[in-house]
Design a protein around this ligand. Structure first.
Ligand SMILES: O=C(O)CCC(=O)C(=O)O
Ligand SMILES: [Fe+2]
Length: 226
């Protein structure tokens, strides 16, 4: 079982890959990023997974959690067009839909920043203009192996995933990518970003991942599917 090993951070990315990973400042050609460049840490090269440090302000985190606290409900998963409760996902979820952004304009800023940070456009088609999904895991909360896109989407929806860590977690709660031997521990204010599909839009099965059980503490993350 690699699950417990990976969750504890006892697996690591192969040495030949690790030795080529870099940390750098990125500003693309973006005026705002020139003023405050992204702090990028490469976690894997092919497929590319990056961590962005200081991706969201504490003040924004507080507001998101405040908005979501009383609203989160047991999360479901999509199953052939239905959404159902499953044992493999134990977390509470609240969707901050674009419809409510008008009441909370700071959310526009966050989505715009995600676009700047990824160089991608959220909602290439209107029906894919997704919400910010807020996830809260209590003790034992977890989300087992899954891919954010499904074969039916084939990379048209959820081409990429951008996830903010809104809290540190005292113990457990890592995000693991078992095919890559990659474990990412939550770090408040940071974000991870990866593509769920190849350039030809077929799903990239290497991107299966899990949210490990929280052993101590309380975990909040915010996902934006792109
Ligand atoms: O909580 C995590 O670390 C992963 C969450 C996740 O994969 C998801 O919400 O799709
Ligand atoms: Fe996921």
């Amino acid at each position: 079982e690699i699950y417990p090993l990976a969750c504890q951070g006892n697996l690591s990315v192969p040495e030949d890959i690790k030795s080529n990973l870099k940390c750098f400042y990125e500003s693309y050609n973006n005026t705002f990023l020139k003023i405050g460049p992204l702090k990028v840490e490469e976690l894997y090269l092919d497929p590319r997974v990056v961590k962005i440090h200081d991706a969201i302000y504490d003040s924004e985190i507080n507001r998101i959690i405040e908005l979501s606290k009383g609203k989160v409900e047991r999360g479901k998963v999509v199953n052939y067009g239905d959404t159902i409760y499953v044992d493999t996902r134990l977390s509470k979820v609240y969707f901050l839909y674009p419809e409510i952004f008008g009441d909370h304009p700071f959310l526009y800023k966050i989505q715009t920043r995600i676009q700047d940070m990824t160089n991608l456009v959220i909602g290439r088609e209107e029906r894919y203009k997704g919400p910010l999904q807020i996830n809260n895991y209590g003790l034992g909360g977890h989300y087992d192996l899954h891919c954010d896109a499904t074969p039916r989407d084939e990379g048209l929806w959820r081409l990429a995933s951008f996830m903010f860590y809104l809290t540190d977690v005292e113990l457990g709660g890592a995000t693991i990518f078992p095919s890559l031997n990659l474990t990412v521990f939550p770090e408040k204010g940071s974000a991870v970003f990866w593509y769920n599909a190849h350039a030809n839009t077929l799903l990239d099965y290497r991107m299966y991942h899990s949210g490990c059980p929280v052993a101590l503490g309380n975990k909040w993350v915010a996902n934006q599917w792109i």
